[in-house]
Design a protein around this ligand. Structure first.
Ligand code: DON
Length: 568
């Protein structure tokens, strides 16, 4: 065949394509990665690598976040999703901020007592497993909305890597193989059509290749049609048919009406650091700022990391803040949340007025503060900084591991079980032991309260840190401790993320400590102060990025999971 290009052009093409491959090389590292320009830290090495490649191609942090979100839906289905929801916190290089709410919503056919029997008792597992557990998914609308406002690369380019992985398959990590094996029975029990692609009689092994053909087809629809590829047409029809087969209630109208919402970022100060975080319907940002305000007057840095005195101080702040959460926090579109009052320094000082440095207050003696309106096991987090200096922190979830366990037949993705984050009956704890009342009662179209706390920290007007984690109720306290580890205890990012954690949430009146988090003497001291202590294997799985003093980016990829950093 006659070659239509002169030799010089061919050489140039070869040069360009080689150069492109070379320039797409990114460093991928489980822990301690430090890079000059740009970085992604996520729960899965493949997702982090995809995000970093998008950054290398000139995409910004939002472009990368979109690619990572879709990639996680394939490689990390335990929490990554298109059938769930989440929150995005954005800080542009020159300090402008935005927060995007793509939290699920209660379907129009829901009602506040839908999980109670005729005696008003909670029907076990109904809000957690199967077809009544999902809220209307928000993730795809969220990604489309973020793209519309901030995207720069072609949308198709952000979907292609996820489509490739779903279609051609990828190797399972040991942890993922274990998670799939542990859910075989649930997948069989809660699906109307057995999802053969995740079933494996011999048991999945590390290194096995898994493919998600139906999911690839769904992602192609989203690639071609954007939001409409999910909320209309074949995907919407498959969701509604799935609902009908399993007595679920999400309708075509619910899907068509779903919209992601830009919210005013929640801002606070802690000792000269500026905290940019998620407002309601997440409780995370409000609670984080309350915790920081509550401890600010006490020199926690001097008390030392992991000492009885510092753990006691945090615990006492936590039990008060979580009591407020149970009463005052809910979807702001449905409930007037007294945000300004709750994060006010004087209010939190007043809440801490009966704090005693030597003894625990019983949670039974604590109730929510009188905050009036100032007249007015899965989730995943990823942190991204691009070479232009923009920062994006995203926490996204199906709620529990593999959500409701229900795959949408024909479309190959899991639906969330986020309805359990509502207070399904006043005073009855949800899966994470959190209680609530009127503020977080179910109502059609309402968003269930969340604890997700994607957060960005600034110092002197410059980006300092991005942080977030899964962990249900422990999200807030894990983010809190990670920030303190850096600001108060001088840890680097990796140390701050891997340091052991503790947690208290008012009720139950228990101080949870990670295995080996405290030595026996500290344990004894805490018990003598009156704390009831319980061992908890792991708390949180934080993925964070720190801008070091030398302006290089340092990753904190939590060693508790497969979490990995990638960058250049
Ligand atoms: O939005 C929330 O607060 C919960 N659905 C988060 C669940 C979670 O973090 C599970 N991870 N371990």
């Amino acid at each position: 065949m006659k070659n239509i290009f002169p030799l010089s052009v061919i050489l140039l093409l070869i040069f360009v394509s080689c150069d492109q491959t070379a320039s797409l090389k990114v460093q991928v590292q489980k822990s301690g990665l430090v890079v000059d320009s740009a970085m992604v830290v996520s729960a899965h090495p493949l997702a982090s690598e995809i995000g970093a490649k998008i950054l290398k191609q000139g995409g910004n942090a939002v472009d990368a976040a979109i690619a990572v979100q879709f990639a996680l839906a394939v490689v990390y289905p335990v929490a990554g999703n298109i059938g769930g929801g989440g929150f995005m916190v954005i800080r542009e290089s020159y300090g402008k901020t935005a927060t995007l709410d793509f939290r699920e919503k209660a379907p129009a056919g829901s009602d506040r007592d839908m999980y109670l029997d005729e005696n008003q008792e909670v029907i076990e597992n109904l809000s957690l497993r199967g077809h009544l557990a999902p809220g209307v998914p928000g993730s795809v609308a969220g990604m489309a909305e973020a793209y519309e406002k901030f995207g720069t690369l072609p949308w198709e380019k952000l979907l292609d890597p996820a489509i490739d992985l779903a279609e051609k398959g990828f190797q399972l990590t040991a942890r993922e193989a274990g998670a799939l094996n542990g859910n075989q029975e649930a997948f069989r029990k809660y699906n109307t059509i057995v999802p053969e692609f995740v079933m494996n009689e011999k048991g999945w092994q590390e290194g096995d290749i898994i493919k998600y053909k139906d999911l690839a087809a769904t992602l192609k629809l989203i690639k071609a049609k954007g939001k409409d590829g999910f909320y209309k047409g074949i995907t919407a029809k498959n969701i509604v048919e799935e609902m009908k087969r399993g007595n679920g209630i999400i309708s075509l109208e619910d899907l068509e009406n779903y919209q992601a919402t830009w919210r005013n970022p929640l801002m606070g100060q802690y000792k000269g650091y500026r905290i940019i975080t998620m407002p309601p319907p997440s409780s995370g940002g409000v609670a984080l700022l309350q915790l920081l305000k509550s401890i600010e007057p006490y020199a926690i840095g001097e008390l030392g990391y992991g000492t009885a005195a510092s753990i006691h101080l945090m615990t006492e702040a936590e039990r008060r803040v979580y009591a407020d959460r149970a009463t005052h926090l809910g979807d702001p579109d449905f409930w007037d949340v007294p945000v300004d009052q709750l994060i006010d320094a004087a209010y939190n000082a007043e809440r801490m007025a009966d704090f005693h440095p030597d003894s625990a207050t019983l949670s039974a003696d604590i109730s929510a503060g009188q905050a009036a309106l100032a007249e007015s096991t899965e989730t995943t987090h990823f942190s991204i900084v691009d070479k232009y200096g923009n920062a994006v922190a995203v926490t996204t979830t199906l709620n529990g591991g593999f959500g409701s366990k229900v795959f949408v037949a024909g479309s190959g993705f899991l639906l969330n079980n986020e309805m359990d984050d509502f207070s399904i009956k006043p005073g009855v704890p949800n899966y994470y032991g959190l209680i609530g009342g009127e503020a977080n009662a179910i109502a059609p179209g309402k968003r269930m309260l969340s604890s997700m706390t994607p957060t960005i920290v600034e110092k002197d007007g410059k980006l300092l840190m991005l942080v977030g984690t899964p962990g249900g109720s422990t999200i807030i306290t894990s983010v809190f401790q990670t920030i303190l580890n850096v600001i108060e205890y001088g840890m680097n990012m990796e140390q701050a993320v891997n340091a052991k954690r503790v947690h208290h949430q008012w009720k139950p009146d228990t101080l949870f400590v990670e295995t080996n988090a405290v030595d026996s003497l500290t344990m004894l001291t805490l018990k003598s102060m009156g704390h009831q202590i319980s061992d908890r294997g792991r708390i949180g799985r934080v993925d964070a990025i720190l801008m070091r003093k030398d302006n290089r980016l340092e990753a904190g990829a939590d060693e508790r999971g497969d979490d990995t950093a990638a960058g250049f």
